[in-house]
Design a protein. Structure first.
Length: 230
């Protein structure tokens, strides 16, 4: 039986989107038809399709109004994302693959390369749309920054990205601080909703702290009959 509670339906929808996002992060290098991709040309086409899906996934995250829920969701997604990137880094470095070597023929290396590129693009997309939350999470994870810098360097040296993807990586690298910001740098993707939500959350926390300071423990008060007042 489907719940008639609109908040329950919304929570269920958000959970569904969340699970889909996390599962997509760990997919191997396969086409939409489930066939392995074995050529650079096929991968270029598939990468564009996956990038479009990532844009839609990011919009789903932006649709979540509650700042705390969005923060918690991104924390879990980033944890999964950097777990995948760390594993891919281990595979790539042990394989002896050199940037610019071309499309790998080995399936394991190919999957590691694809997950590196796709997750780096996905992270860049989320970072640019939700920089405040992303910075809050990243600032607590210095090891993630090292992995991300490696994945960014790898992704920018392979020939499978179009101009839009390269621009995305360039803007994200400026936002994170991997390269110096252009004098006229502006993040064109930053959501005004994030700024409002972050401000609202901060103000709400301040109000709670103020109210706690104002509350004083008082003893029982005497009634008007006890004080002789009418």
């Amino acid at each position: 039986m489907v719940s008639s509670d609109p908040d329950g339906r919304q929570t269920l929808l958000q959970s569904f989107v969340f699970v889909c996002l996390v599962l997509r992060l760990s997919q191997g290098l396969e086409s939409n038809a489930g066939q392995p991709v074995d050529s650079s040309l096929s991968y270029e086409k598939l990468l564009k399709l996956k990038h479009a899906e990532q844009l839609q996934a990011t919009k789903s995250i932006l649709a979540i109004e509650d700042y705390a829920k969005r923060y918690k969701m991104l924390t879990v997604i980033y944890n999964k994302m950097f777990e995948i990137l760390s594993d891919a880094k281990t595979v790539m470095e042990s394989s002896g693959y050199v940037h610019g070597d071309g499309f790998p023929s080995n399936t394991t290396i190919r999957d590691a390369l694809s997950t590196t590129v796709e997750n780096t693009l996905f992270f860049s997309n989320i970072m640019l749309h939700l920089p405040d939350i992303s910075h809050r999470i990243l600032n607590k994870k210095n090891d993630w920054k090292l992995v991300l810098q490696w994945s960014w360097q790898l992704s920018t040296t392979i020939p499978y990205l179009d101009n839009q993807m390269l621009k995305l990586l360039n803007l994200a690298s400026q936002e994170i601080g991997f390269i110096e910001k252009d004098p006229d740098y502006i993040n064109p993707f930053k959501s005004s909703k994030e700024k409002d939500s972050s401000s609202l959350t901060s103000n709400s926390l301040k109000d709670v702290k103020k109210s706690k300071r104002k509350v004083k423990v008082r003893g029982p008060r005497m009634s008007s009959a006890q004080t002789g007042e009418l």
